[in-house]
Design a protein. Structure first.
Length: 133
């Protein structure tokens, strides 16, 4: 039977939540900066007496305010993320895999060597059979 109550999130879930929030805030900031760049470029190419200039300047001011807000949210998130990472069990490092045997590069180099040798042998075999008679 389910009681319907959810278990409180653990340190790892809280940490991952802050990381997800950071990714989203970073995406929003990038979009806002892209919008700001487009508006600035449009304003630079616009005539100073164009009636749309005032509208674009106001829009640019709004985008600047939103950038400042998201930047502040990112700063707060950084502090929360650092605090969450300090809780034992929040950050779980993946186990280090100890590979036995030669590295993958050795297989690649060996395969390339075998292909070159087989093409060379094939060319010698074809060349030798045509000259002997």
């Amino acid at each position: 039977m389910c009681s319907g109550a959810l278990a409180p999130p653990g340190p790892s879930e809280i940490y991952e939540g802050f990381r997800a929030q950071r990714r989203e805030l970073t995406n929003q900031l990038e979009e806002l900066e892209s919008t700001r760049g487009a508006l600035s470029s449009t304003l630079l190419n616009m005539n100073s007496v164009d009636p749309q200039r005032k509208v674009l300047e106001e829009r640019l001011g709004e985008v600047d305010k939103r950038i400042a807000t998201v930047d502040g949210m990112l700063a707060a998130n950084s502090a929360q993320l650092a605090q969450a990472a300090a809780v034992p069990g929040a950050v779980i490092e993946p186990p280090h895999v100890i590979r036995r045997g030669p590295p993958e590069e050795a297989f690649i180099v060996g395969t390339i060597f075998m292909v070159i040798v087989s093409f060379r042998c094939r060319s010698l075999w074809r060349g030798g059979s045509g000259k002997g008679a």
